[in-house]
Design a protein around this ligand. Structure first.
Ligand code: NAD
Length: 482
């Protein structure tokens, strides 16, 4: 099957309901990280096109918010059904531009769809409240209203889910959206946009601006019409965008970098810990913000854990994402490959040892997952996000030592720990400085739970009961003289 058999490989930006093709101006090639081949080209939109998308969104705001919540949510449900019906087609596009194994891409599409379904339900439940009045002849009513045009700037590592996690609550709340997907993975976003068009969203409610980020980002952040920016990406870019948003006092949500610890205490179920460490660390070739970047293992079980984890890593197979035998695809670009190599080199120079390595390809952008033993806090892999398939094992003796090392980072997104001691479970969960803590499980990202970080991992929460609040204002209505 060809990627575009279903008409989902759109090589155009979506502005005001019109597809603006790359032929109209400068184009940007998108390459398959497994082969280096060109998957297609998208327009490199400029400030004028970005402004046109913002204006189109603003033009539709009044009518979009005037629809009933039920009408908006019905559209979201149609979109959800179409995304699921085309899950395999979107997954094939995602693997072609992002590299992850097809099974993982399919998993991401379903995860992405789950946000649409969740917020199609949550959108129907938005409600205000009344407040007991200080005077007999007064009433105070609080409305919740859509914040206005909302922009979403998203990364390449989850090209579908990061979009629906932002847009589904925005749309349900009554906010039109302007999406700027990563320039490395625009086709997944455009496929979602095509399906939204087929679902019947009115023109201008969903706009997708493709191209290089600086100009598009500056136009979005400078515009007083954009009332909310939700960003997922690096802390460096998030901080820059926060600064840019200050001039127009925009609401922001920031889902930024992480440096997640995974702590294996001496009383842990080691098989469970290994299973979860594998999923957390090596999913998407280690290119996830919540992946276990630093694994701390109690000295008493260090050798046993290292041996079990080593066996699991040795069984991984690095191959192109569309090879059914692949468990690990290529990294996104050459810079990502270089960063892993630099972290490995630095660790080995500082006393680390390679304990195990996966099988398969190690050419081009393919990197075989590996474990480095005897890692120490002075290594780069300890303080920086590796964003690749490298699992460092650190030793510890006491609970206090493990917590101190786990918290010794400016990031605070996710943390994981393994123990069967209930008192320790509460002590450690309360002591870890992260927005999400997982005990005896490696999965924390799901539509019904709040997702987000503390410290330099960000501001705000996506998903869960509060995800839609990011797109709603409270308006206090004071009624006197009653
Ligand atoms: P990135 O910050 O380089 O890019 C993210 C997005 O920002 C892309 O769309 C990019 O085009 C855009 N961008 C870059 N420079 C910009 C600028 N000057 N103005 C406006 N937009 C700009 O991050 P990335 O490499 O795509 O993604 C990896 C990072 O994202 C990692 O740090 C990872 O931890 C983080 N991440 C966080 C979460 C989360 O939920 N907290 C989820 C996924 C990824």
């Amino acid at each position: 099957m060809q990627l575009n058999d279903t008409g989902l490989l759109r090589q155009a930006a979506l502005i005001g309901g019109e597809w603006v093709s790359a032929r109209a101006g400068p184009a940007l090639d998108v390459r398959d990280p497994a082969t280096g081949d060109i998957v297609g080209a998208v327009p490199d939109c400029d400030a004028v096109q970005t402004q046109a998308a913002i204006d189109a969104a603003q033009a539709t705001f009044a009518s979009w918010r005037a629809m009933t919540a039920g009408e908006r949510c019905d559209l979201l449900e149609r979109w959800y059904a179409l995304v699921l019906a085309h899950a395999d087609d979107i997954a094939a596009i995602m693997t072609a531009e992002q590299g992850k194994p097809l099974a993982e891409a399919l998993g991401e599409v379903k995860y992405a769809a789950s946000f649409i379904k969740w917020f199609a339900a949550e959108g129907r439940r938005v409600s205000g409240h009344t407040i007991p009045s200080p005077e007999r002849d007064r009433r105070i009513v609080v409305f919740q209203e859509p914040v206005g045009v909302s922009a979403a700037i998203t990364p390449w590592n989850f090209p579908a889910a990061m979009i629906t996690r932002k847009c589904a609550p925005a749309l349900a709340a009554g906010c039109p959206v302007v999406i700027k997907p990563s320039e490395l993975t625009p086709f997944t976003a455009l496929a979602l946009g095509e399906l939204a068009q087929r679902a019947g969203f009115p023109a201008g409610v969903i706009n997708i601006v493709t191209g290089m980020p600086a100009v598009i980002g500056a136009t979005i952040t400078a515009s007083p019409l954009v009332r909310k920016l939700s960003f997922t990406g690096s802390t460096r870019v998030g901080a820059l965008l926060l600064e840019q948003c200050a001039a127009t006092v925009k609401r922001t949500s920031m889902e930024l970098g992480g440096n997640a610890p995974l702590i294996v205490f001496a009383d842990a179920d080691l098989d469970l810990a290994v299973k979860a460490a594998m999923a957390s660390k090596f999913r998407n070739a280690g290119q996830t913000c919540v992946c276990a970047n630093r694994i701390f293992v109690a000295n008493a079980v260090y050798d046993a854990f290292a041996q079990k984890l080593g066996a699991a890593v040795s069984a991984l197979n690095v191959a192109a994402g569309n090879d059914p035998a692949s468990t690990t695809g290529p990294l996104i670009n050459a810079a990502a490959v270089d960063k892993v190599a630099a972290h490995v080199e630095d660790a080995l120079a500082k006393g680390g040892r390679v304990l195990a390595r996966a099988q398969g390809r190690e050419d081009g952008q393919f990197v075989r997952p590996l474990i480095i033993g005897d890692a120490t806090p002075d290594m780069r892999l300890s303080s920086e996000e590796t964003f690749g398939p490298l699992a460092p094992l650190f030793r510890f003796d006491t609970e206090a030592e493990a917590i101190t090392m786990a918290n010794a980072t400016p990031y605070g997104l996710a943390s994981y720990f393994y123990t069967r001691d209930l008192s320790r479970a509460f002590r450690v969960a309360e002591a870890l400085e992260t927005g999400m803590v997982a005990l005896n499980t490696g999965s924390i990202a799901m539509e019904m739970a709040p997702f987000g970080g503390v410290k330099q991992s960000g501001l705000g929460r996506e998903g869960g009961l509060t995800g839609i609040a990011e797109y709603l204002e409270h308006k206090a209505f004071h009624i006197g003289g009653l």
